[in-house]
Design a protein around this ligand. Structure first.
Ligand code: NDP
Length: 264
């Protein structure tokens, strides 16, 4: 079999764990694939760059997930619905687009039992796709954001929404940091006074940021709550992307065996 080439497109991409994750799985599974990284400055050049580089598939990270959506010839139902693509596979000259972030997140939180109500802190693109998949899976999701404009879309889709000013605290089974607060600074995703009201009543706290204990997770830990960072979400979105890349030749658990070594 000839070697298939894959890459992560984004800006920046130097920090991405995806090359390590996918290359470990290619090697472990004896699949002739090679995965690199490409810093794409202009999202509108995504399609042209894909074909110029002769790739079989890509993952797409910040800030190009909407450009990736527009670059595809065929979209799966879920990617179509949420308007964001993080995985593209080339088949017979056509680009097929998928969103694996949201199913990755859904799987990552499925380990928390008897969770029904979820509070999202943040209303960006990641919050949007994950809120939709959680709703479809039967969760009751509320969106809390520091400013109003991004909440409009959620309200139209039937989610309960609030800003810090309008929020009335109540008990949620799970509280999730869906912002980048804490990624490169020491900020909390919401005022501490609000978090001090909701964290004591929650079963667990989750952050989509990975590789560090954010101020949000530290605060949750100080209340003795179980916490989880974004590593499993990253791993699971990668496994699902890998399954698309290799046309479902390998099962989720088989890919996991190899890909999870990137986190050891
Ligand atoms: P952004 O990181 O751009 O965040 C957008 C949202 O966060 C907006 O609602 C914004 O509020 C809010 N926000 C940003 N900074 C702050 C702050 N300091 N305090 C309060 N609110 C803030 O959106 P993305 O959806 O692109 O990414 C969200 C996070 O998800 C990132 O940290 C990213 O790294 C992570 N991620 C993790 C993945 C994984 O596999 N683990 C996969 C994909 C993403 P406003 O509307 O008021 O501006």
């Amino acid at each position: 079999m000839s070697t298939h080439y894959f890459a992560i497109f984004g800006n920046p991409v130097s920090h991405s764990k995806s090359p390590l994750m996918h290359n470990l799985a290619f090697k472990g599974l004896g699949y002739s694939g090679c995965y690199g990284r490409y810093c794409l400055e202009h999202g509108e050049k995504l399609r042209e760059t894909f074909f110029t580089l002769g790739l079989k598939g890509i993952n797409i990270t910040v800030p190009h997930k909407e450009h990736a959506y527009n670059a595809c010839d065929v979209l799966d139902d879920f990617a179509q619905k949420v308007g964001a693509v993080n995985t593209i596979v080339e088949k017979e000259g056509k680009l097929y687009g998928y969103n694996t972030d949201a199913p990755g997140f859904l799987k990552a939180i499925s380990e928390f039992e008897s969770v029904k109500t979820v509070l999202f802190l943040g209303a960006g693109g990641t919050a949007q796709s994950t809120a939709v998949i959680l709703k479809e899976a039967g969760y009751d999701v509320t969106i809390l954001n520091r400013s109003a404009p991004r909440l409009e879309k959620f309200a139209i889709e039937g989610f309960e929404t609030a800003t810090f000013e309008t929020f009335i605290p109540k008990a949620y089974d799970l509280v999730v940091n869906m912002t980048s607060a804490g990624l490169e600074d020491e900020s909390l995703p919401a005022p501490k006074a609000i978090l001090d009201k909701i964290i004591p009543d929650t079963k667990a706290c989750v952050d989509v940021i990975y590789g560090k204990e954010t101020p949000f997770l530290k605060l949750a830990g100080s209340y003795g709550k179980p916490t989880k960072d974004g590593s499993d979400m990253l791993l699971y979105q990668g496994i699902i992307a890998f399954m698309h890349f290799t046309e479902h030749r390998f099962s989720f658990d088989t890919v996991k065996l190899h890909m999870q070594k990137a986190f050891e």
